[in-house]
Design a protein. Structure first.
Length: 185
């Protein structure tokens, strides 16, 4: 059975270490698992119920919902901005949480990981992201945790895909998503 995991990266920066961590997930995914990094979060307007109307949902939001609908699970990469979740990631979750009770996240497994410059690796933002995704209806894998600290120094010359801790822990987190997806299928 092939499993499709949609990766949502909470940073739009070209040199984002969280984007690089998502690339590492693609590289280190176990056989039979397809990690798809969603390209297009920057194009999605801020969630507004007035524009979330059947037949006139903005194309960028509709494309996100379609991609999420095709996913068996989610892997969110959350940097930390001012101690919390980034606006781009929160906005994606808001769009995916609708329609209420039947959004694309509902009942599907989701893991939240990431890296940040601070000593806790973005843990606060990742905890907030887990809370948000859970309220939006996802089956949050609370034991699937990877918070990599000191990103600016740690990944100055080393791509996350070559980091020993990433190589060890990331495939296990992806395996947890796969296992949860097979249970919820």
């Amino acid at each position: 059975m092939s499993v499709r995991v949609l990766a949502l990266v909470g940073s739009l920066r070209a040199g984002s270490h969280n984007r690089q961590l998502a690339e590492a997930a693609v590289k280190h995914a176990p056989e039979g698992v397809e990690i798809v990094i969603y390209e297009g979060l920057a194009d999605i307007p801020f969630y507004n119920e007035d524009i979330d109307v059947e037949g006139s949902v903005p194309a960028a939001a509709a494309a996100l919902r379609e991609a999420a609908g095709q996913a068996d699970g989610f892997l969110l990469f959350s940097p930390e901005y001012n101690g919390t979740i980034t606006a781009v990631l929160k906005n994606a979750v808001d769009w995916l949480s609708r329609p209420y009770g039947a959004g694309a996240l509902t009942g599907k497994p989701a893991a939240v990981i990431g890296t940040a410059y601070g000593q806790f690796g973005g843990l606060w933002a990742q905890d907030e992201t887990r809370k948000t995704v859970g309220i939006a209806g996802a089956n949050v894998l609370t034991e699937a945790v990877l918070s990599l600290s000191g990103s600016v120094v740690r990944f100055a010359e080393l791509h996350p895909q070559d980091d020993a801790e990433v190589i060890e822990k990331l495939p296990a987190i992806i395996a947890q998503i796969v296992e949860a997806a097979s249970v919820s299928a």
